[in-house]
Design a protein around this ligand. Structure first.
Ligand code: CNA
Length: 358
């Protein structure tokens, strides 16, 4: 289960076992040895303040990031996203004061807010999770501008992958496909039996709920080793970067890789002692040594639209959002028609039958 700060060191220590579960880990094992060494080298030099990377951005602003993308030197973009990218779709996040789920769980009478997503608690008291799942269930929400911005990055051949903590499947609805996505904390898209001996997979239609919140998928560990060392730009959106090991991915890019945060608040900055535990120094937006981290404090949608405008993609993005939302609306309308039709048909049939009988 993804864990909060207190269990970070333990989670990282568990990583090799989880890698072993992957079908394709053997292929990537050799290559990952080098990248792991590079990662450790970078980590120690950063933590000990021995070196900083090359300054790639001419300015630590959204304009600087846009100029870098337009320069053609930025070919591999990774997006790391969290619940904040879906709040404008109507899905509450966890930690936003007042509106976040943790502020509104009183009705479930939980011992502590995180219990709602913990498997041991679920096995004894499944009701709160199912009640919440019903509220969050895919199909009721449309992807946001931010989701479609990532789809544009994909269409333009710039998206290496999107690492998402979300379970709402809106990245898929927006057009990212399996290969484009790591759903680090699970997804409603597929489900598994929670019995250790069974683990049978169920489709969204069958079960309409997912429990891969239990473990990060093995693919998370194999792809991150391929993706992050090659990353030219990391875009982090809508996440408090509180859950490990996901949050420490920000330290897996090279020393020179620019990192753009689009969020309501600054997140991911170093916490006292975290460097010592091997999680790297975190983001540095403001110190005298800051050279690559950019914080754009706004909603994810506004930030993505602003970046799209600087890139000359604004009209295209607006058009995509309009077109895709209209498509979703028309599919919904057809579905509703279909649902209504059988009963009217059967009512008609019954009426027909009774006519004949008469
Ligand atoms: P979080 O801890 O609730 O943090 C959300 C962050 O996003 C905060 O820093 C907010 O300030 C910021 N934020 C909220 N709304 C916006 C906005 N419109 N624009 C910009 N920033 C915004 O959520 P995290 O994702 O960091 O935590 C990881 C948890 C959340 C994962 O385990 C998820 O499964 C879980 N979660 C997912 C969903 C979903 O699938 N949509 C919903 C709720 C929780």
């Amino acid at each position: 289960c993804p864990v909060e700060v207190s269990k970070r060191a333990e989670e990282e220590a568990d990583t090799p076992d989880l890698e072993g579960q992957s079908d394709d880990s053997s292929n990537e094992g050799d290559a990952s040895g080098d990248t792991e060494m590079d990662f450790l080298r970078g980590l120690f030099s950063r933590t000990l303040g021995l070196s900083s990377g090359e300054k790639v951005l001419d300015e630590l602003t959204l304009d600087g990031v846009a100029r870098y993308i337009l320069s053609g030197k930025c070919k591999n973009i990774i997006c790391m996203v969290g619940a904040g990218i879906s709040t404008s779709a109507g899905i509450p996040d966890f930690r936003s004061p007042g509106t976040g789920l943790y502020a509104n769980l009183q009705k479930f009478n939980l011992p502590y807010p995180e219990a709602i997503f913990q498997i041991d608690y679920f096995k004894k008291h499944p009701e709160p999770f199912f009640a919440l799942a019903r509220e969050l269930y895919p199909g009721q929400f449309k992807p946001t501008v931010c989701h479609y911005f990532m789809r544009m990055l994909k269409d333009k051949g710039l998206l290496t992958r999107c690492y998402s903590q979300n379970i709402d499947t809106l990245e898929r609805v927006a057009g990212l496909e399996g290969e484009d996505l790591i759903e680090a904390h699970g997804t409603f898209h597929t489900s598994h039996c929670v019995s250790f001996l069974c683990r049978k997979e169920y489709s969204m239609d069958w079960m309409k709920i997912n429990y891969s919140h239990l473990n990060l998928p093995a693919r998370f560990f194999t792809t991150m080793k391929m993706d992050f060392p090659r990353c030219d730009l990391l875009i982090i959106m809508g996440t408090s970067l509180q859950v490990q090991p996901f949050a420490s991915l920000v330290n897996r890019v090279s020393n020179s890789c620019p990192r753009l945060l689009i969020n309501m608040e600054k997140t991911g900055q170093s916490e006292f002692g975290m460097g010592l535990f091997g999680f790297g120094g975190g983001m540095d937006f403001d110190s005298d040594k800051a050279y690559r981290d950019v914080a754009h404090l706004s909603s994810c949608d506004d930030g993505c639209m602003a970046l799209a405008e600087l890139l000359g993609w604004k009209a295209e993005l607006e058009e995509m959002v309009k077109r895709e939302h209209a498509l979703i609306d028309s599919k919904d309308a057809k579905k509703k028609d279909k649902e209504a039709t059988p009963s009217s048909r059967s009512a008609g049939a019954e009426a027909g039958n009774s006519d004949k009988t008469e």
